[in-house]
Design a protein around this ligand. Structure first.
Ligand SMILES: Cc1cc2nc3c(=O)[nH]c(=O)nc-3n(C[C@H](O)[C@H](O)[C@H](O)COP(=O)(O)OP(=O)(O)OC[C@H]3O[C@@H](n4cnc5c(N)ncnc54)[C@H](O)[C@@H]3O)c2cc1C
Ligand SMILES: NC(=O)c1ccc[n+]([C@@H]2O[C@H](COP(=O)([O-])OP(=O)(O)OC[C@H]3O[C@@H](n4cnc5c(N)ncnc54)[C@H](OP(=O)(O)O)[C@@H]3O)[C@@H](O)[C@H]2O)c1
Length: 274
């Protein structure tokens, strides 16, 4: 079976027919395990910030497919993704060695429902993430729409170690120069949290120490933001570790918040990474 989904006459699986063969254009390594990569964009590819792509790589006689959040501004010519290398993981063991010029397959459709336009109201958008779960928020913040939709934006990034707090410089740049004409100083707050640092390193640069769930329950996250996490004003997105999402959902339910459903407006949206 051929892996080249775009070559006439090749034998392809249904998933390959739905995909486009693209090229990796750059790789940036943040740590041994974390990297950002970009690819060419399939012709006519459309997505809304917050959505994800399905990426494919050849494996044996077939293909292996995995979901990757798009981190790029939808107006950007290339597509960007932020990934972690999972030890022994079938997809990332291959992906980690790839350099610019390597082929990658991208399904022509984009996926996912964690998009800001699902919220019909609200004043503050809380974007809560663990690890690579920060990815969709980068796309959301690089686009002007969310800045015009919410008065306040709070991005929370929780990782094990401070070295995994990727994209900080770019987020600071977005704080200084948002992609919208409506300039309001302090619209976007970045709250970084670590869970496995100790001593001064745990709280350096105003970072919080502890899991998102613990920081919400103790009230520390709201104190840090200076904003309440209440159904009247807060809209919440949760992305990353599924246990974090399950536990945070429970806390939000206790506070009177409900998930957004197709027919009924709610206060939170989620994206589980595994
Ligand atoms: C909707 C969606 C969006 C996703 N977006 C991203 C993304 O933007 N970046 C990204 O790196 N991954 C993302 N993932 C996960 C990704 O699809 C793969 O699971 C991941 O790349 C590992 O693939 P693998 O074959 O190497 O290991 P798998 O066999 O797929 O995973 C093995 C185990 O690794 C752990 N794991 C998987 N992904 C992660 C992760 N991101 N962070 C920490 N632990 C993880 C889990 O314990 C999982 O059970 C997303 C998943 C979903 C469902
Ligand atoms: N991060 C690394 O240093 C590293 C290095 C090599 C390989 N990996 C591999 O990468 C994967 C893990 O990656 P990751 O560290 O990005 O993801 P992760 O394990 O989901 O951890 C990211 C953050 O989420 C927090 N968290 C985990 N469970 C939670 C819960 N139930 N509620 C609230 N918060 C929770 C973690 O806190 P806790 O610290 O308290 O769990 C951590 O701060 C694993 O496959 C691992 O083997 C990671």
């Amino acid at each position: 079976m051929s892996h080249d989904a775009n070559q006439p006459g090749s034998v392809t699986t249904p998933a390959e027919q739905k995909a486009s063969r693209e090229t990796i254009t750059s790789v940036r390594r943040w740590t041994e395990h974390l990297f950002t990569f970009r690819s060419t964009r399939p012709e006519g590819y459309r997505f809304t910030p917050g959505q994800y792509a399905r990426l494919g790589l050849p494996e044996g006689d077939g293909m292996i497919w995995r979901a990757y959040s798009l981190t790029s501004d939808p107006a950007q010519q290339e597509l960007e993704y932020y990934g972690i290398v999972v030890p022994g993981g079938a997809f990332t063991t291959q992906l980690k060695n790839m350099e610019a010029g390597a082929p990658i397959w991208i399904e022509k459709q984009s996926f996912g429902f964690m998009t800001a336009d699902r919220f019909s109201d609200g004043e503050t958008l809380w974007m809560l993430s663990t690890g690579t779960g920060i990815g969709p928020y980068l796309s959301i913040l690089r686009d002007a729409a969310v800045w015009d939709q919410f008065r306040k934006l709070v991005l929370v990034h929780c990782v094990r170690h401070a070295a995994e707090l990727s994209y900080e410089e770019e987020i600071r740049n977005l704080q200084a120069a948002p992609p919208t004409a409506a300039q309001h100083p302090g619209r976007l707050q970045l709250i970084q949290c670590t869970t496995r640092e100790s001593g001064e390193n745990a709280t350096a640069g105003g970072r919080l120490q502890g899991r998102i769930t613990t920081l919400i329950e103790s009230g520390e996250l709201e104190r840090k933001a200076g904003l309440p996490l209440v159904p009247e004003t807060a809209r919440v997105m949760l992305c990353g570790n599924p246990e974090m999402i399950a536990e945070t959902r429970r806390i939000l339910h206790q506070r009177g918040m409900k998930p957004c459903r197709r027919a009924t407006p709610g206060q939170f949206l989620t994206e589980n990474y595994w």
